[in-house]
Ligand binder design. Structure first.
Ligand SMILES: Nc1ncnc2c1ncn2[C@@H]1O[C@H](COP(=O)(O)OP(=O)(O)OP(=O)(O)O)[C@@H](O)[C@H]1O
Ligand SMILES: [Mg+2]
Length: 479
């Protein structure tokens, strides 16, 4: 066998020669080279590398060589290359010395063990040599920063404790507890009837906490269909499903990382998911659907419910361990009828926001109107008050709303005996009557099924989705 001219015969020698040639080529081409050992210490730099030392803050080679590489080269990934055993062939490295195009290659011994790594600066001043690429990179980076900022802004809460109106002793106590909760970072459980301001308070606690600049993410457990809840919480790994979910999706736990996760209507959580939630809360980690990779997060949970959780526990429809895990800092929001002293301030505030939204002058309440409102039970609490005021403002142009302006709106027994038989009190606008019948039927069905929405929907002969949709509408109209 004849070898090609000038090349040695055995393959070992060829490889060695090739390696040496490559090394020489690169060391001539590169703007600088360094070697680090298995422990990540710089063991050698070439002549050309020395020109970077002043910008990195070193006068003498002896002060640089021998030190752990990340101490002398900020943002370097050399240690990562040693640990992973994988090269990073082209990368941009930015630090106080500038931006560089670099290449990092692991070095292995005969047995294949990583014994260190070789780092090369391929281009210094890439901003001139690689202008188009760098410009594109900078634009993308800027767009990304802006998108992140906009998202964070959007997720930031709109409400602070000051927007929780009221100065009755019950409210002052709630605010005191909320302030403490904001400082503590512990799990908070907000209890109270519908419309008492649980969601508002959750926002305020987040806004007053150390996490205020991070996301506030809500999940309404009553509004998400049971089959979707798990993926909603924990996300889906890429490739776990075909179709729209093919790329995977982050769950709310992930989105809330560093911030607050608001679990609204926690009493409606299906039992099967409660165990998973408990684990996520305790360990601050979870696995997305279709993945066995554990994701670690740092999430503060605020849960809310208008249902009697202790009763649900007794009925074995809510896990006792989860209840105790959530019940660290319970805050009970008083019903409006328990703090009727706040009615005037609340009405004033709500009338102002109605005026701003409708662009109409702000209305006032006559003392007779205030008295009528104060006598009412307010099962829908502040939300109901808001709706009643809105309706009254729509029905009349009076600047000052009187008792008469509310007579047709406030539900309940007729306030005055009917004098003229030709207009029975029960004769009211049809849409109002229909809405009332609907609400009453839904309420009875929910009561009969002890809040179980699936069974209630069955009783009413409508789908679960329709029930949720009707509930949402009624909640909006609630009056
Ligand atoms: N103290 C308050 N000050 C001002 N507005 C309030 C107050 N409490 C509630 N509201 C307003 O009443 C409405 C209902 O409040 P929110 O949605 O927070 O109630 P909730 O307790 O979460 O009710 P649900 O249990 O039905 O979800 C909102 O428009 C909210 O801004
Ligand atoms: Mg709510």
């Amino acid at each position: 066998m004849t070898a090609p001219a000038g090349l040695p015969l055995e393959s070992d020698a060829i490889v060695k020669l090739a390696a040496r040639s490559m090394f020489e080529l690169f060391s001539n081409l590169a703007q600088g080279m360094m070697l680090v050992d298995r422990a990540g210490r710089v063991v050698w730099i070439n002549e050309a590398y020395k020109k970077f030392l002043p910008a990195l803050g070193f006068d003498r080679v002896e002060d640089f060589v021998g030190r752990p590489v990340e101490e002398v080269v900020p943002n370097t990934l050399m240690r990562h290359v040693i640990e992973s055993g994988k090269p990073i062939l082209v990368d941009l490295l930015s630090n106080k010395a500038g931006t560089f195009v670099v290449s990092r290659i692991p070095l292995r011994d005969e047995a294949g063990e990583v014994i260190g790594a070789l780092g090369m600066v391929l281009f210094d001043h890439p901003e001139t040599t690689l202008q188009p690429l760098i410009a594109k990179f900078a634009t993308l980076q800027r767009d990304l920063d802006e998108a992140r900022k906009a998202l964070a802004q959007q997720r930031r809460t709109k409400y602070t404790l000051a927007s929780f109106i009221g100065s009755s002793p019950a409210v002052l106590e709630v605010k005191r507890q909320a302030r403490r909760a904001a400082q503590s970072g512990a799990t908070v459980l907000l209890l109270g009837e519908t419309g008492t301001g649980k969601e508002l308070l959750a926002h305020a606690i987040h806004a007053g906490s150390a996490r205020a600049e991070r996301p506030f993410i809500s999940v309404n457990l009553a509004a998400v269909p049971e089959t979707l809840l798990e993926s909603e919480f924990f996300g889906v790994a890429p490739g776990a499903y075909t179709g729209a979910e093919r790329k995977g999706r982050d769950g709310k736990f992930r989105l809330a990382d560093g911030g607050t996760l608001f679990l609204d209507e926690i009493g409606d959580m299906p039992l099967a998911l409660q165990a998973k939630l408990l684990r996520a809360l305790q360990e601050q980690e979870f696995e997305p659907l279709g993945s066995n990779k554990v994701i670690k997060v740092d999430v503060r949970v605020i849960a809310a419910t208008s249902r009697d959780l202790r009763k649900l526990v007794a009925e074995e429809r809510f896990r006792e361990d989860l209840y105790y895990r959530l019940n660290v800092l319970p805050i009970r929001l008083p019903a409006l009828r328990e703090r009727i002293a706040d009615l005037e301030a609340l009405a004033e505030n709500l009338l102002e926001s109605i005026a701003i939204r409708t662009g109409m002058p702000q209305r006032e309440l006559a003392p007779s109107a205030l008295a009528a409102l104060a006598a009412y039970r307010w099962p829908g609490n502040v939300r109901e008050l808001r709706n009643v005021l809105e309706q009254a403002a729509m029905l009349t142009d009076n600047q000052r709303l009187s008792e008469a302006d509310f007579a047709a709106i406030l539900p309940g027994p007729p306030t005055a005996p009917v004098e003229d038989d030709s207009a029975p009190q029960s004769l009211r606008p049809l849409p109002q009557l229909i809405a009332e019948i609907e609400r009453n039927s839904i309420e009875s069905a929910l009561a009969a099924t002890r809040g179980n929405k699936a069974s209630a929907a069955k009783l009413l002969g409508i789908s679960r989705a329709t029930l949720y949709e009707r509930l949402a509408t009624l909640k909006r109209l609630s009056a």
